[in-house]
Design a protein. Structure first.
Length: 151
């Protein structure tokens, strides 16, 4: 399974979670996928960002994806790694413990779907910095890197 094949299934999962998706976000050091949601809009002003999830995908190499996911933690509510389910089935308990101890969630991806194998620790972080960037993406998702709203 390639990262491109994984991407479609992870995007579907993020949409099911009520998140819009931005691909390869420069705001988060070229994070593979960013899921985001706005507060309800009141009046004409741009609404506040409600939540942001960072997802790093790898077909193998646990430590690489763990390090990448950890770099995003200070700037997002949840940080996840995404890997093929057949790779996760072979993971040693101490490998899984490294992710959970750091608060990094894991998204398992199979040929048919993606699911949260274990959840990330939710953090309260300031999200103001994303407001304009993600709002532009919300209004014009195709101009900002294959983005989509999932509706």
């Amino acid at each position: 399974m390639t990262e491109s094949e994984m991407r479609l299934k992870v995007v579907a999962l993020l949409h099911a979670e009520g998140l819009e998706v931005c691909h390869e976000s420069n705001k988060l050091n070229n994070c593979d996928l960013v899921g985001f949601e706005f507060e309800p809009r009141v009046g004409r002003s741009v609404p506040k960002v409600k939540r942001v999830w960072a997802i790093e995908m790898k077909v193998s190499y646990y430590l690489d994806v763990l390090g990448q996911a950890m770099r995003h933690q200070p700037r997002v509510n949840k940080s996840f790694a995404a890997m093929p389910s057949y790779v996760l089935e072979k993971a040693r308990p101490q490998t899984i413990a490294r992710f959970t101890e750091q608060g990094i969630g894991m998204i398992a991806v199979s040929e048919g779907a993606a699911w949260v194998a274990w959840d990330a620790v939710e953090r309260s972080v300031p999200l103001r910095r994303y407001k304009k960037t993600f709002w532009r993406h919300h209004l014009h998702p195709q101009e900002h890197g294959r983005g989509s709203r999932g509706n």
